[in-house]
Write a protein that binds this ligand. Structure first.
Ligand SMILES: Nc1ncnc2c1ncn2[C@@H]1O[C@H](COP(=O)(O)OP(=O)(O)OP(=O)(O)O)[C@@H](O)[C@H]1O
Ligand SMILES: [Mg+2]
Length: 334
């Protein structure tokens, strides 16, 4: 059934097949060109809901630089994985070919920033994906003030980041590209393109594609994942083509697969918070959570705990209710 496995991989898009995002893409390209030619605007914001194509657009921008051999280097940092100031800087240095050995990783931040400034001869396109996860938001302002660096900030909602920044960070002047969730017809095209590219003809019914497109609320990742579930089930049950009435089950299962994925990427503190919430079972106040974490030997500020709780909430692993002191948190399970 499968001719090319990449078709079901949500970490890849084929270059020639960006469906319907040429306008925001051109906005990014022209903002970047203006920066290179005239030095204006030191970056851009890409926002929008999950599966709207934010990471994909930033990757395309990097590819465009390579393809057109523009005199610009690029670095991509997934801040969800590398959230501390040192991690972000060391990863960016790594991306521009200035690898650090283990002993050098404790280098002071100012020195790491200096190394980054010097590591690239040409201007640098720096992509900070999932930037709301950043441990010290002041670093964003430092990048935006750095000469020769054009920073692309990616997050779902600009406010997730900007409420943690002060005025000196200069984010208000950034070009903002907001991607709305896709319409069902666009999801349908994205699916059809993938099917045509990677599956044998006659593997999927039209009904399945249409149903999935109608169910995923504009989230391309969920749609592609659901196609993957459909393909797996069809292979193990020896059914062909994938019938329309499987769509709902496939989307539900895909949603669960996506929900589980961040769990494996939690850092030690996030995992501890998640486990404590799970252990408590119901709604918990900050004070209780703080005490339980202390008892586990995890000594972090309430501000940090709150930031991690926001991240867990963002990935649908916990929920919150109430305001300020009365705020309560609860683990979300299956
Ligand atoms: N316009 C499109 N054309 C073709 N494929 C697309 C398009 N938009 C998204 N995709 C595919 O959908 C998947 C999800 O897209 P992407 O990773 O860019 O989402 P995102 O907006 O970064 O979501 P998140 O906030 O969850 O990180 C990827 O596999 C991507 O290649
Ligand atoms: Mg993304």
């Amino acid at each position: 059934m499968i001719e090319n496995g990449a078709v079901l991989d949500t970490d890849t898009t084929r270059e020639e097949v960006i469906v319907e995002r040429s306008e925001p893409f051109q906005t990014l390209v022209s903002t970047l060109s203006r920066y290179l030619n005239k030095g204006g605007g030191r970056g851009a914001f890409i926002t929008g809901p999950s599966g709207a194509g934010k990471t994909m657009l930033a990757e395309r921008l990097q590819e465009q630089l390579r393809r057109e051999r523009m005199a610009m280097e690029s670095a991509y940092v997934n801040v969800w994985e590398y959230s501390s100031t040192s991690e972000v800087l060391v990863t960016a240095l790594d991306e521009v070919g200035r690898h650090m050995n283990y002993d050098q990783r404790g280098t002071p931040h100012a020195e790491l920033r200096r190394l980054l400034r010097e590591a690239h001869d040409d201007p640098l396109l720096l992509v900070l994906d999932e930037v709301h996860q950043i441990e010290e938001p002041a670093l964003v302002g430092q990048f935006l003030r750095m000469d020769g660096v054009f920073t692309v900030l990616i997050c779902n909602d600009r406010f997730d980041l900007t409420r943690r920044l002060d005025r000196t960070s200069r984010v208000s002047g950034l070009r903002h590209v907001h991607l709305e969730a896709y319409r069902a017809e666009t999801i349908e095209r994205i699916l059809r393109e993938r099917i045509e590219f990677g599956l044998e003809s006659g593997s999927v019914t039209d009904e399945f594609v249409l149903e999935v497109a109608a169910l995923v609320e504009g989230d391309a990742r969920l749609a592609i994942e659901a196609l993957g579930v459909g393909v797996d089930d069809a292979r193990s049950n020896n059914v062909r083509p994938i019938p329309g009435h499987w769509a709902e089950g496939a989307v539900d299962e895909a949603r669960e697969i996506i929900r589980q994925r961040p769990l494996s990427r939690l850092n030690q503190t996030q995992r501890a918070i998640y486990e404590e919430l799970l252990d408590c079972g119901g709604w918990v106040q900050m004070g209780t959570l703080d005490e339980r974490l202390m008892a586990r030997g995890i000594d972090v500020s309430r501000q940090t705990i709150r930031r991690h709780l926001d991240s867990l909430d963002h990935y649908n692993l916990c929920e919150q209710k109430g305001q300020t002191k009365g705020k309560r948190y609860r683990c979300v399970t299956g």
